[in-house]
Design a binder for this molecule. Structure first.
Ligand SMILES: [Zn+2]
Length: 471
């Protein structure tokens, strides 16, 4: 049996500190018997897209989840008249149909699975889904709109108890359970708040109970228990109202919650809330590219780059090429080359300055080499992440990553955002991975989790994945 618990929003340093302080005894014990790693998540570093690596072994852009909110330029997926998607709320139910039908989920490959609060659950039988009933939805909605972070911790406790019971009774081969208390408490109170430690303790207690049961029933030797997270967190002191900013430039903006807008020309789709896709020339059914877009949109780009909230702007030039632009650190070009029979190759060429802080150019390197070249920088795995998101069919024409201390939504959040995620910088991109047996290989990315899980389960990996097994 393989059990994966997602401690949604946990950062490796804060989880490590709480383990060191003796606050998470069950997790500390797993760490001492197995290992703890720091791996990179994906861009956008936000729940929803950042679950595609765990469940599909894929980066989110190419399989159709460019962000938590996105605009359907092709008008083939989201519905008339606004053609936007937001997985915050009831449109969450569309995720399984929005993702690439040809890319299998782990639930489709491992039939005896149990899932709890999984954003992606295609292939998981209804009876094996925890946290999806009408009563749960009502309770979650009430908790969400009351802005009540401690209510989310109660939900974690309830779902945790049900999970432990179902694992005991059903003995599934594969278990995937998300616990959202750490993320919700971090948004509402800040990632350093005591409520976040309470939420971590719930994860640790659930891990402890799963272990106790397995030991009692003599199956612990055959159980793998992994704890991982999908993104980090960092404090927000100021909010840029990105939709209002663009609107004040004289544009007609479609942005949540006001998606019903006649003749919009810009869609502002914020995730996390520290990243955003801006979609331009909305009447075009096919993606327009830079630099041709510059003629009409340079003034908007200049306005955005002048704002302290904007750290990095990505300007896609083709499905495989993207310019990386900053106000103070210059420009560079990121490219991906996909060749038949070979893994993707990545390049980073500085034109002036060094926006991602690599200090070198990269030419046609492997994903692993690109990871090594960026892991110690302020933007771990940035080259691979930018290359895979920028050219995706559903991505925007300007993709923003926020400056530390800032995010991109100032209104309409039920939970106050004292802390955010979604951006490319290290506090958001680095996540913990704790395993109860040391890994055979080197875990680098969350996208390695799915191929590793399949290896543990003895299931052949699909022909296309973006990760490699560490098991
Ligand atoms: Zn969050």
């Amino acid at each position: 049996m393989l059990i994966i618990l997602v401690a949604d929003g946990a950062r490796p340093d804060s989880l490590g500190a709480a383990m060191d302080a003796g606050q998470l005894p069950a997790l500390a014990r797993l760490r001492s018997e197995g290992a703890a790693y720091t791996v990179t998540s994906t861009f956008p570093s936000v729940t929803g897209p950042a679950y595609a690596p765990f469940l599909m072994g894929r980066f989110p852009g190419p399989i159709g989840l460019p962000a938590l909110r996105w605009f359907d330029r092709a008008r083939t997926t989201a519905s008339f008249p606004h053609f936007t998607r937001s997985y915050v709320g009831h449109e969450m139910r569309h995720v399984d149909r929005d993702i690439d039908a040809a890319a299998p989920t782990i639930f489709e490959l491992a039939p005896r699975s149990l899932g709890s609060l999984s954003v992606i659950q295609r292939g998981l039988p209804r009876a094996s889904r925890l946290g999806r009933g009408a009563r749960f939805a009502l309770r979650a909605a009430r908790t969400h709109f009351a802005g009540d972070a401690s209510g989310w911790l109660d939900i974690d406790r309830k779902l945790g108890a049900e999970l432990v019971r179902r694992v005991r009774e059903d003995r599934p081969d594969f278990v995937f359970a998300a616990l959202t208390g750490i993320d919700k408490a971090s948004h509402a109170e800040g990632h350093d708040d005591g409520l976040v430690v309470d939420a971590m303790r719930i994860v640790s207690d659930i891990a402890g109970e799963l272990r106790d049961d397995a030991e009692r029933e003599g199956r612990w030797e055959d159980t793998q228990l992994w704890i991982v997270s999908d993104h980090g967190h960092s404090p927000v002191v100021e909010h840029e109202d990105l939709a209002a900013l663009v609107e004040n430039q004289g544009h007609r903006v479609v942005a949540h919650p006001w998606v019903y807008r006649a003749h919009p020309d810009v869609a502002v789709m914020v995730s996390g809330n520290a990243m955003a896709h801006l979609y331009l020339d909305l009447d075009e059914r096919e993606r327009p590219w830079w630099p041709a877009l510059g003629q009409r949109w340079n003034s908007l780009l200049e306005l955005l780059l002048a704002r302290p909230a904007v750290d990095i702007a990505l300007l896609p030039q083709s499905p495989t090429r993207c310019e990386v632009v900053t106000a103070g650190r210059g420009r560079a070009v990121v490219e991906i080359a996909r060749t038949e029979g070979d893994r993707a190759r990545y390049s980073y060429r500085r034109s002036d300055g060094d926006p991602l802080g690599l200090c070198v150019d990269l030419t046609a390197v492997t994903a692993d080499e690109a990871w090594e070249a960026t892991i110690a920088t302020d933007y771990p795995d940035s080259v691979v992440q930018i290359a895979n998101l920028a050219g995706a069919a559903r991505s925007g024409e300007i993709i923003l990553s926020a400056t530390r201390g800032w995010d991109f939504r100032a209104r309409y959040e039920p939970i106050p955002h004292r802390s955010s995620h979604g951006a490319l910088h290290r506090e958001h991109m680095l996540v913990p991975l704790i395993v109860n047996r040391p890994a055979a290989g080197v875990p680098r990315r969350t996208v390695d989790v799915m191929p590793s899980a399949l290896a543990v389960l003895g299931i052949t990996a699909p022909p296309v994945t973006d990760g490699a097994s560490f098991a």
